[in-house]
Design a binder for this molecule. Structure first.
Ligand code: NAD
Ligand code: MG
Length: 431
């Protein structure tokens, strides 16, 4: 039976059109970024429910072998790779193995597959701004869109919410904190709608691998150390974001869009155990929280089946084993990225787009050993200082500002490299 979810602003969203299951039918699922950490966890949940879901399309950047294995196992109708050489290699391997998956390549193919009518559910699990256009295509096509890929929301959250309202798409958060908040929201809550009875949300933050490191040690932090997260196994970009606390900064902006909140109503609380995934503070003094073992299969399973619940493979929480939960305030002096994100959220317009673009460039430069860990924040701050802020109503403006900020951040990375070489020469270190 069809069930209508009412938007508080009066837009009726048909759960049938956007992914609710009719008796006996299997829902088609497309995974954007199936070879990454979220993609693999999603396939793990889907594999437990072959009677509910069928995989329609899988996509990846360049990882041929992993996508080949996934195609062999899940037999999607289509596979898309960004890279055309990689797509050619995949097509050949599949042909030799007799797997009838149709392979295509490029950005347009990604957007096409995201909007294709065979899938009712699209999982947005590409990393970074690269996911913007395919995810937006899924939203415009009225899908149930499971959003792990937070960067597009940071860049253009207003456009996503507006397009979902027009198409009837259901945006469901997979980011564990936002999924937790969604679970604690009142019945009938729809992404982008604001609720007056919500006083604020508390976004929990593990503190990352450098939570206890003194400031003077951070300068020498290596990519390997930054990617060794204490509680979660994730892709390299989000792992570095967790180490700088930029991940929490991006999540703060993501929360503002998803839950219709001003930035001052989103409070970050350091909680090293990552057991409470976030909380909602109501006007009557009630605080609702969602708890669970830190395992992304829980929010993925929740968003796939919502409003039903399905088995995810995650073991039950053992509170006696955990014994105690700790909380603290974030340190924005050692971790300035969180301060920069609050400032960008307050500035609004294209400031979050610039923040995100500069962060993507700086994180890649750090992973490539071009800059030190502490230079990530410096490059983002300098990019923000040199960029104006304009209205973020048009996608064309957002994409142009994103491109400009990336160019600027690259120049700054280069300038930092030259300054380091000059200082090494003057101290004899470059000899
Ligand atoms: P990952 O690096 O492990 O995987 C990224 C996926 O995107 C891969 O399949 C890759 O092939 C694909 N990809 C990369 N660049 C691409 C491009 N230019 N075009 C098309 N496809 C491309 O990343 P991840 O850890 O799975 O994270 C994915 C997204 O989910 C990120 O935005 C991250 O912030 C968010 N997220 C991740 C976690 C987590 O636990 N890993 C938790 C919350 C949110
Ligand atoms: Mg998160």
């Amino acid at each position: 039976m069809d069930r209508d979810v009412s938007d508080p602003r009066g837009v009726a969203v048909s759960a049938h059109a956007t992914g609710a299951r009719t008796a006996g039918s299997r829902q088609g699922v497309t995974l954007l970024g199936s070879t990454g950490s979220i993609g693999i966890n999603t396939l793990d949940v889907l594999a437990k429910h072959p009677e509910r879901y069928r995989v329609v399309a899988l996509t990846a950047n360049t990882q041929v072998d992993r996508l080949y294995e996934q195609c062999q196992r899940f037999r999607p109708q289509r596979a898309v790779m960004l890279d055309s050489d990689a797509a050619g290699r995949l097509a050949e391997k599949l042909r030799l193995a007799g797997v009838p998956t149709e392979v295509s390549a490029g950005n347009q193919a990604l957007a096409d597959v995201a909007a294709s009518p065979e899938a009712q559910i699209v999982v947005a699990a590409i990393v970074g701004a690269a996911g913007l256009l395919p995810t937006l295509a899924a939203v415009r096509a009225g899908k149930r869109v499971l959003i792990a890929n937070k960067e597009p929301l940071v860049m253009s959250g207003g456009i996503f919410i507006e397009e979902a309202r027009k198409s009837g798409a259901q945006i469901l958060p997979v980011d564990s904190e936002h999924n937790a908040i969604f679970q604690c929201m009142p019945n009938g809550f729809v992404a982008g709608g604001s609720r007056p009875e919500v006083r604020r949300v508390l976004l929990t933050c593990s503190g990352g691998p450098f939570r206890t490191w003194p400031a003077d040690r951070l300068v020498a932090a290596t990519p390997e150390q930054a990617c060794a997260h204490p509680n979660w196994v994730m892709g390299r970009k989000i792992s570095v974001d967790s180490a700088t606390l930029m991940n929490k900064g991006l999540e703060l902006i993501e929360a503002c869009w998803l839950f219709g909140l001003e930035p001052e109503k989103v409070e970050v609380v350091v909680h090293p155990q990552s057991v409470i995934h976030s909380l909602v503070d109501y006007t009557d003094g009630s605080v609702l929280a969602q708890l669970g073992n830190p395992d992304m299969r829980t929010p993925i399973a929740h968003a796939l089946a919502w409003p039903e619940r399905i088995e995810s493979g995650v073991r039950s929480l053992d509170l006696l084993e955990i014994a105690h939960l700790d909380f603290g305030a974030p340190d924005t002096v050692r971790f300035p990225c969180l301060r920069l994100a609050y400032e960008a959220a307050h500035a609004g317009g294209t400031a979050p787009t610039v923040l995100n673009a500069a962060n993507e460039i700086a994180v890649q430069a750090f992973l490539d050993h071009e800059i030190a860990f502490t230079e990530i924040a410096q490059i983002i701050e300098a990019t923000l200082d040199r960029s104006g802020t304009c209205s973020a109503d048009l996608l064309s403006t957002i994409l142009a500002e994103d491109e400009k900020a990336r160019r600027l951040a690259r120049e700054l990375v280069h300038a930092h490299g030259q300054a380091r070489q000059a200082s090494a020469r003057s101290t004899g270190g470059g000899a």
